[in-house]
Design a protein around this ligand. Sequence first.
Ligand code: COI
Length: 357
Amino acid sequence: MKLKIQKTETLKPRPKDSELSFGTLFTDHMFNMDYHPDKGWHNPRIDPYHAIEMDPSTMVLHYGQAIFEGLKAYRTESGDIQLFRPRENFKRFNQSARVMCIPEIDEDLALDALKQLLIIEKEWVPHSLGTSLYIRPTIIAMDPFLGVRASHTYRFFIILSPVGAYYSEGFNPVKIWVTKDHVRAVRGGVGYVKTAGNYAASLFAGELASKNGYTQVLWLDGVDLKYVEEVGSMNIFFLIDDELITPNLQGSILPGITRDSIINLAKVWNMKVSERRISIDEVFEAHSAGKLQEIFGTGTAAVVSPVGVIKYEDKIIHIGTGEVGPVANKFFAALTDIQYGMKDAPEGWIETIAPSL
Ligand code: COI
């Protein structure tokens, strides 16, 4: 399918790397493609970045039939631009599409379109370590209709945003709040899918956490209210007595690509790694026994984010010394060395786009 390209005549001012936060600025162009049952996915195009005009009855606005992905383009020391495991994102995008009754996309076409967009927007990829160009592929339901059913028409778009750290704490430990009063997802639901509603469902408890001085909510399972699930914007890892533990993917947790990469690295380093159920009581008991060494979250936006404090009911624990732990530090360094092209990556993890193309 041929990609139509229309370039803008007015380029936006580009920010300095030091001014970047997360998700506030967008580049000059975007990718768009439409779905119609008679035509399938059609009209792939790169357009100037623009607002999407929609009827107030458009289905995505009412029933949230929307899926998205998050990945990043990194600038290497030699000036190249590279993507980290992008095929995994488009694979997961299609898995989300299946669950949300959205027609699947051609993953090769999507990756190719993204690379062409990145070549046009190459100057927007920041240069400093810790900065990157965040990529947000999204599909939304476009039928103007108020009955509850899957939409017949869709828009797929990709927007790009130059970013710095996701949390205002940067790489410093964040404080998380465990709640038993709210749940994010249950098995049999859509918690393992990157769909808009999962994030909307997390907002109320997130606001409560924030009012109490906590950065994020650590969710427990929706049945026993006992087992740790994820943080919503990241997966979670515990280092207890030299065992690296992360909750297993049992249907309500997002299968994070950074999560998978950390598990991979830990295995290469011969660490004891377990994907298993871990109860919040086990975490607090390990702390009392002096065995809880570190906690950190992982995600594309969050990278590797150490956790310094956890509050659960009336108990608050401080993890380690209040500084970033050595294991979180080692994973952060290894991952970012690969992402910024400073170390060799495992086979298939990096796709390079040379800006001179
Ligand atoms: C990502 O890490 O890319 C995500 O999609 C999480 C998002 C809520 C910022």
